[in-house]
Structures are given as C-alpha cells and as structure tokens.
Design a protein around this ligand. Structure first.
Ligand code: GDP
Ligand code: MG
Length: 148
C-alpha cells in the first residue's frame, strides 16, 4: 500500500494544529504508520530540502524548519501521496483552496504549516530519512469499511 511522509512544521505545532491535521487524515480513511515529535538540526533540514538548495529562500526555509519541534508522520492508503497533497493544498496559501489545510490555516508561503511528499519516490526517500528506525506494522480493523 502507498505511503507518504507528512510533517507538521514548527508553526503548525506552535499553533496547536497537530490534532486538527491528524484528524483530517484519519477521518479521510488513511492509516497512521509513523508519528514522532522531533527537532531537527541544520544538516538534517538541508538534507530534507536538498532539491531546493539553489533557491533564494533556502536559508530561510531551513531556519524555519529547525526553529522548533515538528510532527513527523507516515500515512498509508490508496493514492495517499496525491490525495495528501490535495488535503494540504497549494504551496502558497494565497492560492490554496478553502477546505485545504493551508487554505484554512495559513497566510504566508514561508509559514505554510505542513509538508507532504510530492511523489511516491520522494515519499520513500523522505520516510527512510525521517524514520531510519522503521515504522509501525499494523492494519486497521476498519480496512474493509474503507476499501471495497
Ligand atoms: P511544497 O512541496 O508545496 O511544500 O513546496 P516546495 O517543495 O516547492 O517548497 C518547499 C517549501 O519551501 C514550501 O512548503 C514553503 O514553505 C517554502 N517555499 C517554497 N517556495 C517559496 C518561496 O517562494 N518563498 C518562500 N519564502 N518560501 C517558499
Ligand atoms: Mg515539496
């Protein structure tokens, strides 16, 4: 089953949005397979955002991500990468639709509350980076009420 890496950024943790965000993924029907509150260092944040290292906002982005604890998660389900990105909304909250997490809870692109993997491939890389210890092995007893 497909998996994605979802991270509630330091602003989302500080603003008390962890429960709300987890609730949205849970109520959709996705399965929580990994969860931890962790403060990462500069080197780790630079690894996570390595693809963006040439961008002018890279240093500010790294400062933002290391500014406090983040809630790192693995969510599992059919099409969870693409659907997870839809639940999150567009990168710039000014363009995120109401009803999405960024559309409902963010204003500035540099404080957009949440990260979600952009492909199955980057999801695998990010899960390996953030959860080297591995993730939980379990199957929800609701499975047959969510999948036909
Ligand atoms: P995402 O996949 O939707 O998170 O977007 P990207 O992978 O393109 O960028 C990663 C993160 O960098 C975004 O979530 C923003 O927090 C930040 N970011 C992206 N573009 C900009 C920008 O133009 N300015 C600033 N300040 N931050 C940006
Ligand atoms: Mg991205």
């Amino acid at each position: 089953m497909e998996q994605t890496f979802i991270m509630i950024k330091p602003d989302g943790v500080q603003r008390g949005l962890v429960g709300e965000i987890i609730g949205r993924f849970e109520k959709k029907g996705f399965t929580l397979k990994g969860l931890k509150l962790i403060t990462v260092d500069r080197h780790f944040a630079e690894q996570h955002y390595a693809d963006l290292s040439a961008k002018p906002f890279f240093n500010g982005l790294v400062e933002y991500i290391i500014s406090g604890p983040v809630a790192a998660m693995v969510w599992e389900g059919k099409n969870v990468v693409t659907t997870g990105r839809k639940i999150i909304g567009a990168t710039n909250p000014a363009e995120s639709a109401p009803g999405t997490i960024r559309g409902d809870y963010a204003i500035d692109i540099g404080r957009n509350v949440i990260h979600g993997s952009d492909s199955v491939e980057s999801g695998k890389k990010e899960i390996a980076l953030w959860f080297p210890e591995g993730i939980a092995e379990w199957r929800s007893s609701l499975h047959s009420w969510i999948y036909e």
